[in-house]
Design a protein around this ligand. Structure first.
Ligand code: THU
Length: 166
């Protein structure tokens, strides 16, 4: 038996004002996208802004549906659109933020597990670290320099190459 441990790295900024200009602008675009979310059921609006290596910024927000599981998170709306249009690009950074009508969100929100899995695969495919910038409506911003800090042990394409006929 052996016990192992790993460490995760994240950076905290007191507010968006401390961010580098590019990250600040990406976050502001994510916030604008959140305002346009279709979230009539949760009233929890999430926005994502994806910076591609060609310099383009792709926006997305959560799209809900009366048949609840048919909806999709902001991160995947943005990433799937980005890779459907620009399949050979890499994601340099993604900003994620949310707006609530119930209370001001003053803590960084981290993407759900399904979105992390999708983000992790695009990072691996690109062989380029994906920076993730996360903030609520205000307050601290959390930044990770790679998806490895948000989803260690993601499910890997290698498993399928090795063990599946697919
Ligand atoms: N949501 C996102 O857009 N991204 C996440 O990472 C987690 C949750 C959305 C899905 C749903 O429309 C609403 O937030 C409440 O779960």
């Amino acid at each position: 038996m052996k016990k192992e441990s790993l460490s995760l790295e994240m950076i905290f900024f007191d507010s968006e004002k401390e961010l580098e200009t590019d990250d600040f602008q990406l976050l502001m675009q994510a916030r604008a996208a959140a305002g346009k979310a279709y979230a009539p059921y949760s009233r929890f609006r999430v926005g994502a802004a994806v910076l591609l290596s060609n310099g383009l910024i792709i926006l997305g927000n959560n799209q809900e549906n009366a048949a609840y599981p048919s909806g999709l998170c902001a991160e995947r709306v943005a990433l799937f659109y980005a890779f459907s249009m620009y399949p050979d690009e890499k994601v340099v950074a993604i900003a994620v933020t949310a707006l609530s009508e119930k209370a001001v969100i003053n803590e960084p929100l981290t993407p759900c597990g399904s979105c992390r899995q999708v983000m992790a695969e695009y990072e691996k495919k690109a062989d380029l670290n994906m920076r993730v910038i996360m903030q609520g409506q205000e307050g601290p911003v959390m930044v990770v320099e790679s998806m490895k800090n948000l989803l260690p042990f993601s499910f890997l394409d290698e498993y399928l190459f090795k063990y599946s006929d697919e």
